[in-house]
Design a protein around this ligand. Structure first.
Ligand code: GLN
Length: 543
C-alpha cells in the first residue's frame, strides 16, 4: 500500500522544500522503506526547458528525456531513485492535456472546468505509475497563498479526503525569522501560513520550521497550540554545514518517527551510517583544490546545481574540499591578462554547458589556457564544443572555425544536429522548428575507444549518459582534428555523433557532449568527476 506525503511551503520561497523532501525520502529509506518523489510546479510553461537559468536555475534532465525541475536532482542524489518524466508536472502540461482531450471530444457535453477536470488531471498525475513504493512524496512548488498553486492545493486536498489520514499526510515547511531587536524567533508568519492552508481545506499534520538557531521549547509549544498540531510534530529544521547532514538532523529531531506515527507504522531505527560517513568527509577534508568554472550564469549558483554537487562528490572521493571559483567568461574577452590572472593558480578548469553566444570567445580562451599550460580541463556539452573549436583554430589551422549556434562561421566545426537515432527511430529536426522539448534529450549510449583516457576512467566499452543539446561536432572535420592530435574517444554507437574528445599528452583534458553531473551521487560519485579532481590533486601537488 502506497502512502502519500504532500509537502507545501509557506512564508517565503527558497526555503529548500526540494531538499527537505529529498532528505525526508532518504530518512524513510534508511528505515527500510521504498520511496519515490514527485514535484508539481504551478507555472504555465509545459516544462522548464525554455526558461532562462536566471528564472529557474538548472534544468534537470532525466534518463527518459524529460526537462525537469532541479529539485528532481536533489531527489535522485538523496535517494538514488532515478526520476522519470512522470515525476514532474506543471500547470502548462496539465492544461495542455485537458485541452487536447476536450478537442478530441472526450468530455463531450460537459463544461470543462478547473474543478473537477483540472483537479482530476492533477490527481491522475499524482497517483499514476504508483508501482509498489511504500511512500510517494509529493512536493508542491511555490508558496501557499499564490494564486497559481490553488488548483494543486485543491487536488491534494481532495486526494487526502479520498485516501484518508492513514494514507495521506500534509507537511508544511515554514520559516521562523529571528528579529534581533526583540532577540526572538517569531512564530506569527508560521501561524498565518498554516491558516492560509486551512482556508483551502488542508490541515497541516507536521510543521517543519526553518530557523537559524535553536527553537526554544516555549516557541514550539506556542506553534503547536496556535497551529493545531502536537508539539512533537513541530520539527526544527536548523541550518547545517553540509546538505548531507539534513537526513541525520531530521532524524535527530524526530521527523521520521513522527511521520511513521502518523501512518501508524513501526520500523527499526534507521541506519544513517553512510550519511554520517559522507558528512565526515565533507566537513573534514584532507586538503583543498581550486577549480575555475568558466561559465555564463555564474551569479546564480542554482544554474549549475548538479555541477557543484558532482564536483563536491569528486572531492569526497578524493578526501579534498573543492573550492569552486565561478568566473564569468565574458571578462576574458577583452583582456588576456585577466585570463592569466584568474586561471594560472587553478588546479583545474571547467567549462560547463550553456546556450547562446555571450561569453563563448572567453570560454575558448579558457580552453586554450588550460591546454597550453597543462592544467586539467573538463569540458561539458558547450564546454566540449568550445574545446573542439579551440583545437580547430589553434592546432588544426582551421582559422574560421565556429558554431552555427553563434553566427555563420566560415568553418562550421559545430553545427545544428538535424537527425539522430533514438531506439531505432530516426529523430529529425530543422532550423526554425519549435524550441521547446526538441533537443537531443535523455540517456543515449556512447561507445568508448580502446586505449583512451575515457575508456580507462569508465572501465567499460559502452556507457549511457544524459544529453541536452541541439548542436553537435561536425564529423566532416574529424579527420583534420585527428591529424592535429585530438582523440575522439567516445562516439555514438552508430559512429555518427562525437561524444567525447581528449588530448593525449596532457595531464587531463577530457570534454564530453553529455552531462555527467546529472548522474553523480554522493554514494556513487561520477567517475569523470572523481578522475578530474584526482588530476587537480596532482596539479596542486597534494600527493
Ligand atoms: N548550446 C549547445 C547545444 O545546444 C550546448 C548545450 C549545452 O551545453 N547543454 O548544443
Amino acid at each position: 500500500m502506497t502512502r502519500y506525503i504532500f509537502i507545501t511551503g509557506g512564508v517565503v520561497s527558497s526555503l529548500g522544500k526540494g531538499l527537505a523532501s529529498a532528505a525526508l525520502g532518504a530518512a524513510l529509506q534508511a528505515r527500510g522503506y521504498s520511496v519515490r518523489l514527485r514535484k508539481l510546479d504551478p507555472y504555465i510553461n509545459v516544462d522548464p526547458g525554455t526558461m532562462s537559468p536566471y528564472q529557474h536555475g538548472e534544468v534537470y534532465v532525466t534518463d527518459d528525456g524529460a526537462e525537469s525541475d532541479l529539485d528532481l536532482g536533489h531527489y535522485e542524489r538523496f535517494t538514488g531513485v532515478s526520476a522519470r518524466q512522470s515525476d514532474n508536472i506543471t500547470t502548462g502540461r496539465v492544461y495542455s492535456e485537458v485541452i487536447a482531450k476536450e478537442r478530441r471530444g472526450d468530455y463531450l457535453g460537459a463544461t470543462v472546468q478547473v474543478i473537477p477536470h483540472i483537479t482530476d488531471a492533477i490527481k491522475n498525475f499524482v497517483v499514476s505509475h504508483e508501482g509498489d513504493e511504500d511512500f510517494m512524496l509529493i512536493e508542491i512548488g511555490g508558496t501557499v497563498g499564490d494564486i497559481e498553486s490553488l488548483p494543486f492545493l485543491e487536488a491534494i486536498r481532495q486526494l487526502g479526503n479520498e485516501l484518508g489520514p492513514r494514507r495521506a499526510m500534509y507537511i508544511h515547511l515554514t520559516l521562523l525569522p529571528y528579529i534581533p531587536t526583540a532577540g526572538e524567533l517569531k512564530t506569527k508568519p508560521t501561524q498565518h501560513s498554516v491558516k492560509e492552508l486551512l482556508q483551502v481545506g488542508i490541515k497541516a499534520d507536521l510543521l517543519l520550521c526553518r530557523a537559524d538557531r535553536d527553537i526554544p521549547e516555549g516557541e514550539r509549544r506556542k506553534i503547536a497550540l496556535f497551529c493545531n498540531v502536537s508539539k512533537d510534530a513541530v520539527i526544527p529544521a536548523l541550518d547545517v554545514p553540509s546538505i548531507y547532514q539534513v537526513p541525520i538532523s531530521y532524524h535527530e529531531q524526530g521527523m521520521d518517527a513522527q511521520v511513521l506515527r502518523h501512518f501508524g507504522m513501526d520500523a527499526p531505527a534507521p541506519d544513517l551510517s553512510r550519511w554520517r560517513d559522507v558528512v565526515e568527509r565533507v566537513t573534514k577534508p584532507e586538503g583543498e583544490v581550486a577549480i575555475a568554472i568558466v561559465g555564463k550564469y555564474v551569479e546564480l549558483l542554482d544554474a549549475y546545481k548538479s555541477l557543484a554537487e558532482a564536483l563536491t562528490h569528486g572531492g569526497i572521493a578524493n578526501s579534498v574540499k573543492v573550492r569552486m571559483e565561478w568566473i564569468d567568461a565574458e571578462i576574458f574577452e577583452e583582456d588576456d591578462q585577466s585570463v592569466i590572472h584568474h586561471l594560472e593558480d587553478m588546479h583545474g578548469i571547467l567549462v560547463p554547458g550553456g546556450f547562446g553566444e555571450r561569453g563563448t570567445e572567453g570560454k575558448i580562451k579558457a580552453v586554450q589556457f588550460a591546454r597550453e599550460h597543462n592544467i586539467p580541463y573538463f569540458g561539458i556539452c558547450l564546454g566540449m564544443q568550445m574545446a573542439v573549436i579551440e583545437a580547430a583554430r589553434n592546432t588544426a589551422g582551421i582559422h574560421g572555425a565556429g558554431s552555427t549556434e553563434l553566427g555563420e562561421p566560415k568553418e562550421p566545426v559545430v553545427g545544428l544536429m538535424t537527425e539522430w537515432a533514438r531506439e531505432g527511430d530516426l529523430q529529425k529536426r530543422s532550423a526554425g522548428g519549435d524550441l521547446g522539448g526538441t533537443m537531443r534529450l535523455g540517456a543515449y549510449d556512447c561507445a568508448l575507444q580502446p586505449g583512451t583516457r575515457a575508456r580507462a576512467i569508465y572501465g567499460a566499452d559502452t556507457i549511457s549518459e544524459r544529453h541536452r543539446h541541439r548542436y553537435e561536432v561536425n564529423t566532416a572535420y574529424k579527420g583534420r582534428l585527428e591529424a592535429a592530435g585530438l582523440v575522439f574517444s567516445g562516439m555514438s554507437p552508430d559512429g555518427v555523433l562525437p561524444e567525447i574528445v581528449e588530448w593525449p599528452d596532457h595531464p587531463w583534458f577530457v570534454a564530453v557532449q553529455f552531462h555527467p553531473e546529472l548522474k553523480s551521487r554522493p554514494f556513487e560519485p561520477h567517475p569523470l568527476f572523481v578522475s578530474f579532481i584526482e588530476a587537480a590533486v596532482h596539479q596542486a601537488r597534494l600527493v
